[in-house]
Design a protein around this ligand. Structure first.
Ligand code: 2AM
Ligand code: CA
Ligand code: CA
Ligand code: CA
Length: 263
């Protein structure tokens, strides 16, 4: 598949940052780990990857704005385009030597997500998508799983930290969903959860309490693979609400009913 100039820019940036993460993954004892909040670690690996991404993207597209997990908002001269970046999604896994983590980069144009790239440098999985042009894993076209019975489905989720807003509601949802599906998986990386829903490894994914950088890149990849992506009320407001539900159309409808029934 011939990549557009835009996707090439994004891929070059994540490959460079990914080489740094792969090096750091072998030396987690030297990474100056600190805690930002309950269960939310940050390390030199997160910071270095973010610096690399911002430098590379800025070089290729001067003026675009940024929203990045570790450095926040950087306004550019271009108020149409904004990069939304998670330099290391799944830091807790990373620091435990668990290879389920990823770099996630999304591009927003006039408030709409138009391109996304997710890269896991250990599994060597590069997911790319541009709005209207399909989603790909290492150049293979992706398609959402087509299972239509919840009882056959493996659904990914993420458990909010104890005492975080929404945790009691989440536990009710979880106990409702567990009884209806083949299995629930908690992988610890929202970006990988969306990428694996796009590739059909998961039949769906739901989570609350997310930040825009956790899901921005994955939203485009998942939608381009035919995944229906909404907030948990079924609306479009994923980035702002921080809640997400992703699955094929049939499973998405059944999950909405289940989540409603749990309330
Ligand atoms: P991070 O590794 O970039 O922080 C895990 O289910 C997902 O939630 C990951 O996307 C992870 O992103 C994010 N996460 C980790 N700790 C969190 C916290 N304390 N609050 C909100 N999100 C968190
Ligand atoms: Ca974090
Ligand atoms: Ca994240
Ligand atoms: Ca992160």
């Amino acid at each position: 598949m011939a990549r557009t100039a835009l996707l090439n820019v994004m891929v070059n940036a994540v490959l460079k940052a990914g080489r740094g993460l792969a090096r750091d993954f072998g030396e987690v004892e030297n990474l100056q780990v600190s805690l930002k909040g309950p269960g939310d670690f940050v390390s030199a690996a997160d910071r270095r990857a973010e610096e690399t991404l911002i430098a590379e993207l800025r070089k290729a597209r001067p003026g675009y704005s940024f929203l990045a997990e570790e450095s926040g908002v950087t306004e550019g001269s271009d108020n149409v385009h904004r990069w939304i970046i998670d330099p290391l999604d799944g830091t807790t896994n990373f620091l435990h030597g668990n290879p389920i983590f990823a770099i996630s980069v999304g591009l927003e144009r006039e408030g709409t997500m138009v391109a996304g790239v997710i890269y896991n440098p250990i599994l060597n999985e590069l997911y790319v998508a541009e709005r209207g042009s399909g989603a790909f894993l290492n150049d293979r076209r992706l398609r959402v799983a087509n299972r239509s019975h919840l009882a056959d489905c493996v659904i990914a989720s993420g458990i909010p930290q104890l005492n975080r807003p929404g945790q009691p509601e989440y536990l009710k949802e979880l106990s409702t969903v567990i009884g209806q599906v083949a299995g629930v998986r908690c992988n610890g990386s929202a970006a990988m959860d969306l990428a694996w829903t796009a590739s059909g490894r998961f039949d769906g994914y739901w989570q609350r309490g997310l930040s825009p950088w956790d899901v921005a890149g994955g939203i485009v990849i998942a939608r381009e693979a035919g995944v229906m992506v909404s907030d948990q009320a079924g609306g479009e407001n994923v980035l702002e609400s921080g809640s997400i539900l992703a699955a094929n159309e049939t499973i998405h409808r059944r999950m909405i009913e289940l989540l409603d029934a749990s309330r």
